[in-house]
Design a protein around this ligand. Structure first.
Ligand SMILES: Cc1cc2nc3c(=O)[nH]c(=O)nc-3n(C[C@H](O)[C@H](O)[C@H](O)COP(=O)(O)OP(=O)(O)OC[C@H]3O[C@@H](n4cnc5c(N)ncnc54)[C@H](O)[C@@H]3O)c2cc1C
Length: 413
C-alpha cells in the first residue's frame, strides 16, 4: 500500500491550518492529517471564546504578538473568502479600581508598541459603548472581532481535501519510531502510518508526543520532555439568559493580572445566527486545574493524567507560588455567587438568576520545571519532525500565521 509522505498529527485549528499551508506550499506531495477523535476540533479549537484577538496583550517582539497580528489579518481574509461570518465588534478593557489604572496604562503602551489601533477612553465614552458597565477608565480596541472557530476548522478541512490531502479520524497516535529514512507513526488500533516527515499539533497531548519522538530519536526509554509539561486548566462559562443579553453589547474584559496568561472572566457576545440579534452572551472563562487532560467537568478524573501532573516538579513550584489564586479559582468554580461577584465588578446589575451554567473548555498550558507558565508559543524539533509544544490563546486567531511559521521552520530543518 502506498503510504503518505507527510503527516500532520492533530485535527485542531493549528493542525488543520498547518496541513493547508503545507499542501499549498508543496502541492502534489501526499499529506494526511491524523486525528484521535471521531470529529475535528473536539478540544480547544471547538471550546473557546470565539474571539479574533487584536494582539494588544502580548509582549512586543514575542511570537504571540507577531503571529496574532499577522494571523488576525489572515483569519479575516480566510473567513471572507470562504463565507464564514465574522464581526469586527470591538472590545473594551475596563479598570474597575484605582489599583488597576497603572496596568491599564501599561496595556495602552504595549498595544501601541504592537501597532494595535486603540483608544484610552473615559467613563462617558465607556457608558456610550457599554451602558451597563461600571469602570474608572477603559481601553477601546475597535479591531477585535468574533467568529465561530468550528466553522473555520470545517472550511480548512474542505480546502485540504480539495488540494488532495486526506483527513483520518479516530486515529490516536501512541507510538513514534524512527527508521533510517522515515518516521513510523503507530496508532492505538494497531495500524501504522509511515511518513518521511511530520508536524505535531496535538494540543493537550503535545508534550507526550514530543516525548515519544525524542525518546525514539535518542533510542532511549528514559522520559525526555525538556522539562516542559502540559498542565490542563479548565475554563468554565456561564451564559446570560436571553432577556438579560442586552446588558452586554460586545466584548467586555477586565484588566488582566500580569502574573497569569489568562485574561480574567469577561463577557463575550458569541457569533450566533446571522442578523438575528440573538447572539448568545457568555461569561467566563475562569481557570481551574482540570483533573484530566480532557477534564471538562469536576467529575472527569483520569488517574494517570492527574498522577502525571502531581508528580511533575514544575507543578509543585507552580502550586507553591500560586496556591492562593488556585484556591480562589476552585472556590469561584464551586460557588456561583463568587463567580457572579467577579462579573459584578464589570456589570453591577448582573444577578445570580441572570446566569445559567454553560459549556467549558480545557486549555493546554505548558509549564516549565521551574514552575513558570510558558508565556509564548513554543516550537521544538526532533529529526524530520516539528512539534507545536505550546499554543494557548490566541492560537486560534494566530493559527494561519503559526502554520506559515512552522512549515517554514520545518522546511529549513
Ligand atoms: C476556554 C478557552 C477559550 C479560548 N478562547 C480563545 C479565543 O477567544 N481566541 C483565540 O484565539 N484563542 C482562544 N483559545 C485558545 C485556542 O482555542 C487554542 O489556542 C487553539 O484552539 C489551539 O489549537 P490546537 O490545534 O493547537 O489544539 P486543539 O484544538 O486542542 O487540537 C489538538 C488536536 O490534537 C488531537 N490529538 C491530541 N493527541 C493526539 C494523538 N495522540 N493522536 C492524534 N491526535 C491527537 C486532539 O484530539 C485535538 O483534536 C481559547 C482556549 C480555551 C480552552
Amino acid at each position: 500500500m502506498k503510504q503518505p509522505a507527510r503527516i500532520v498529527i492533530g485535527g485542531g485549528i493549528v493542525g488543520l491550518a498547518t496541513a493547508l499551508q503545507w499542501v499549498q506550499s508543496q502541492p502534489g506531495l501526499p499529506l494526511t492529517v491524523i486525528e484521535a477523535e471521531p470529529e475535528l476540533a473536539r478540544h480547544q479549537s471547538g471550546h473557546n471564546s470565539g474571539v479574533i484577538h487584536s494582539g494588544i496583550y502580548y509582549r512586543p517582539g514575542s511570537e504571540k504578538a507577531r503571529l496574532c497580528i499577522e494571523g488576525k489579518t489572515l483569519m479575516e481574509a480566510f473567513c471572507k473568502k470562504h463565507g464564514i461570518r465574522t464581526e469586527k465588534c470591538g472590545k473594551v478593557i475596563v479598570a474597575t479600581s484605582s489599583s488597576e489604572l497603572s496596568e491599564l496604562e501599561k496595556l495602552v503602551q504595549r498595544g501601541q508598541e504592537n501597532g494595535v489601533p486603540l483608544r484610552r477612553i473615559h467613563t462617558d465614552e465607556l457608558r456610550r459603548l457599554e451602558p451597563d458597565v461600571a469602570g474608572l477608565a477603559a481601553i477601546h480596541v475597535p479591531s477585535t472581532g468574533i467568529v465561530d472557530y468550528r466553522q473555520v476548522c470545517s472550511a480548512l478541512r474542505d480546502q485540504i481535501q480539495q488540494l488532495g490531502g486526506t483527513v483520518r479520524l479516530s486515529k490516536r497516535v501512541d507510538r513514534i519510531d524512527y527508521d533510517d529514512h522515515s518516521v513510523r507513526i503507530g496508532i492505538a488500533d494497531g495500524s501504522e502510518f509511515q511518513a518521511t516527515e511530520a508536524i505535531v499539533c496535538a494540543g493537550l497531548h503535545s508534550d507526550r508526543l514530543y516525548q515519544l519522538a525524542s525518546c525514539s530519536a535518542l533510542g532511549t526509554d528514559k522520559p525526555r520532555h525538556d522539562g516542559i509539561r502540559i498542565i490542563p486548566f479548565r475554563g468554565e462559562y456561564y451564559e446570560l439568559v436571553p432577556e438579560r443579553r442586552s446588558l452586554v453589547r460586545n466584548l467586555i474584559y477586565p484588566v488582566p493580572d500580569p502574573r497569569y496568561p489568562f485574561l480574567g472572566v469577561h463577557f463575550t457576545r458569541m457569533i450566533g445566527s446571522a442578523g438575528s440579534g440573538h447572539d448568545p452572551v457568555e461569561c467566563g472563562p475562569n481557570a481551574v486545574l482540570a483533573l484530566s487532560r480532557h477534564g471538562y467537568t469536576w467529575s472527569d478524573l483520569n488517574r494517570s493524567d492527574l498522577m502525571e501532573t502531581l508528580r511533575f516538579s514544575g507543578f509543585h513550584r507552580l502550586a507553591w507560588n500560586h496556591w492562593r489564586m488556585g484556591l480562589g479559582e476552585i472556590h469561584r468554580s464551586l460557588r456561583k455567587s463568587v463567580f457572579v461577584k467577579s462579573l459584578q465588578r464589570l456589570i453591577p446589575a448582573i444577578r445570580t438568576e441572570d446566569l445559567v451554567r454553560a459549556r467549558s473548555g480545557v486549555r493546554a498550558q505548558a509549564v516549565a520545571e521551574d514552575g513558570s507558565m510558558v508565556d509564548d508559543f513554543l516550537f521544538r524539533q526532533t529529526p524530520r519532525m516539528t512539534h507545536v509544544l505550546n499554543a494557548p490563546s490566541p492560537a486560534a486567531t494566530a493559527s494561519l500565521a503559526i502554520a506559515k511559521r512552522i512549515v517554514q521552520l520545518h522546511t529549513a530543518q
